[in-house]
Ligand binder design. Structure first.
Ligand code: SAM
Length: 283
């Protein structure tokens, strides 16, 4: 494929798979091959090599495609005499590969036979609620999940509401996506392995790898985290704004007792003292 950066991402994901696969007896792979199938082919080659020359392991692959035309074009080679797309037929001829013509959702991840799940959620689309929900399928499993999202959406109707409003408030889509993926991942016991932006076919994207797999987390060369520094900058710019204490001023001037004011406005004694000082100074 001509897209050099995307090639590099495929290579990175393939390397992450190799590290993940080390010493495992069984693995499930969940993926969106689209029209390319390079990652999926390399996984099958990895298993074949292990079966023949190294330590054999069980593999199942759960693959999805929501676009009917792409799905059909990938199936055609196994139903015609002259396969024009040998890559998909190579993968689809294996009995451990399942290919679904539907949206990739939590039900597909639940079809994974192994508790060791490596998933490349290569959406390259908007961060939807359904796609972010996939993170929670990691609970109780040993996983490495790689997400790719578009960071320059024009149409935002399917963007997760929380991500959308946060992105608007900080005027930064990659940071908003990173922040929400990290938050959900941490709750599920996963950490960020890498998180960086790239351009694919003129479209700005973000790739985020999250994992709870000891081998993948320990591989320091995967730690490419260029969005984290932007997260810090955004936090600095968005320092908490001063609270509106005008209602407190009114109560202080009306000589309401201190305790009632603190409870009513949920403020500390120190904040009340500051307000009183301003009132005393006639401000
Ligand atoms: C970016 S491409 C995958 C590219 C491939 N992984 C590669 O290495 O080039 C994404 C593919 O998944 C499909 N797709 C996108 N979002 C999907 C979803 N939520 N469920 C199922 N298929 C999806 C698209 O139609 C497209 O064919």
């Amino acid at each position: 494929m001509k897209n050099t950066v995307k090639n590099a991402i495929r290579h990175l994901v393939t390397k992450a798979y190799e590290v993940f696969a080390k010493d495992k007896n069984n693995i499930s792979v969940v993926s969106l091959p689209g029209s390319v199938w390079e990652f999926e082919t390399s996984v099958i080659n990895h298993k074949d090599f292990a079966d023949n020359f190294s330590k054999s392991y069980n593999l199942d692959m759960q693959l999805a495609e929501c676009d009917n035309n792409i799905y059909d074009s990938n199936l055609r080679p196994i139903s015609t005499l002259f396969p024009h797309n040998k890559v998909s037929s190579y993968a689809l001829s294996r009995d451990f590969v399942k290919y679904y013509n539907q949206y990739l959702n939590t039900d597909i991840v639940k079809k994974a036979k192994s508790d060791n799940i490596f998933a490349w959620f290569d959406f390259c689309g908007n961060p939807t609620t359904q796609s972010l929900e996939l993170i929670n399928t990691a609970i109780g499993k040993n996983v490495t999940y790689v997400f790719t999202f578009n960071t320059h959406w024009r149409c935002d109707t399917n963007v997760d509401r929380d991500v959308l409003s946060f992105a608007k408030s900080i005027d930064n889509k990659p940071v908003a996506i990173h922040t929400f993926v990290e938050k959900i991942a941490l709750n599920a016991g996963l950490t960020i392995v890498w998180s960086f932006e790239y351009i694919s076919n003129h479209n700005p994207m973000i790739t985020i790898c999250i994992s709870n797999d000891a081998n993948v987390i320990a591989e320091k060369s995967f730690n490419i985290n260029t969005v984290a520094s932007k997260v810090k900058k955004v936090k600095v710019i968005n320092k908490p704004t001063k609270r509106d204490l005008s209602a407190v001023y009114v109560d202080v001037k009306a000589k309401v007792d201190d305790k009632s004011i603190c409870v009513k406005h949920n403020i500390t004694v120190g904040t009340l003292a500051a307000v009183k000082a301003w009132v005393t100074m006639g401000k």
